[in-house]
Design a protein around this ligand. Structure first.
Ligand SMILES: NC(=O)c1ccc[n+]([C@@H]2O[C@H](COP(=O)([O-])OP(=O)(O)OC[C@H]3O[C@@H](n4cnc5c(N)ncnc54)[C@H](OP(=O)(O)O)[C@@H]3O)[C@@H](O)[C@H]2O)c1
Length: 231
């Protein structure tokens, strides 16, 4: 039986490319997003490539929406070998923690942090021993690199996501579920912009490797280009 993977926020960008690459490797992939029309269109593109794909509509900023998606998944009676927490927002108005309207800081943390905790909690019941969880983070969340002065709420959310990775990796050691954070690099997408240095193929490379080939013992780490980087 083929392995299954759910990739959040995979109607476009890096998430779509991760789904495409895992599908090409024989995974059954569940693509996901908050907008049903967009997700359906992207599902069609994967099916046209001969990929075994299904869709799950869910807004990760909304716990009830996540719970509905978990009920849908349960009906399929499948295990979930890999959960890729890719969905995130970076709001263009996010310029200063001190002057951002509260909703900018709150929405960013709600989606990029609580969204990851909530979907992981609701889908953990389907993840078997030996499963893998991959959180798509960012160099912007690094506590080692100098502060870049851009999108501070987003950067705080990715630092927090890295901490979530460490805590979940510890909590799930007993189930032998590997949990890691990945910085995909600066990637040409709607979020990264057209000036970015990497194509989506490169941005998807390390998450796909972690989903499929990396040693199961690799857990609780922050990686870029298949190598551990400092937090
Ligand atoms: N691109 C870069 O240079 C870069 C660099 C470092 C890290 N990253 C990280 O890589 C990941 C993917 O980024 P990307 O560049 O591919 O971004 P993107 O093109 O903006 O795609 C983001 C995806 O997340 C979805 N999404 C946003 N909020 C959601 C929600 N509440 N519920 C469900 N889905 C939601 C979007 O759906 P809609 O279409 O409905 O908006 C879209 O499918 C993110 O975690 C990002 O932080 C990106």
């Amino acid at each position: 039986m083929s392995k299954t993977a759910l990739i959040t926020g995979s109607n476009k960008g890096i998430g779509f490319e991760i789904a495409r690459q895992l599908g090409k490797k024989g995974f059954k992939v569940f693509i996901s997003g908050r907008n049903e029309v967009k997700v359906k269109k992207s599902l069609g593109n994967l099916l046209d490539e001969g990929i075994d794909a299904e869709m799950l509509v869910t807004d990760i900023s909304d716990l009830e929406s996540i719970q509905r998606a978990a009920i849908e998944f349960m009906k399929l009676n499948l295990k979930l070998d890999v959960l890729i927490n890719n969905a995130a927002i970076l709001m263009k108005e996010d310029r200063s923690l001190l002057t951002n309207s509260p909703s900018i800081n709150e929405n960013t943390i709600q989606t990029n942090c609580y969204g990851v905790i909530n979907i992981t909690k609701e889908f953990l019941q389907f993840i078997p021993n030996g499963g893998r969880i991959i959180n798509i983070s960012s160099g912007g969340g690094s506590m080692t690199d100098p502060v870049g002065g851009w999108s501070p709420a987003y950067c705080v959310s990715k630092t927090t996501l890295n901490s979530i990775t460490r805590q979940l990796a510890f909590e799930l050691l007993g189930k032998n579920i590997a949990v890691n954070s990945v910085c995909p690099g600066w990637v040409k997408t709607d979020m990264g912009g057209q000036g970015a240095s990497r194509l989506v193929e490169k941005g998807a490379e390390t998450p796909v490797w972690l989903a499929n080939e990396a040693p199961q013992s690799l857990t609780g780490k922050f990686l870029r280009d298949k190598k551990e980087i400092p937090w």
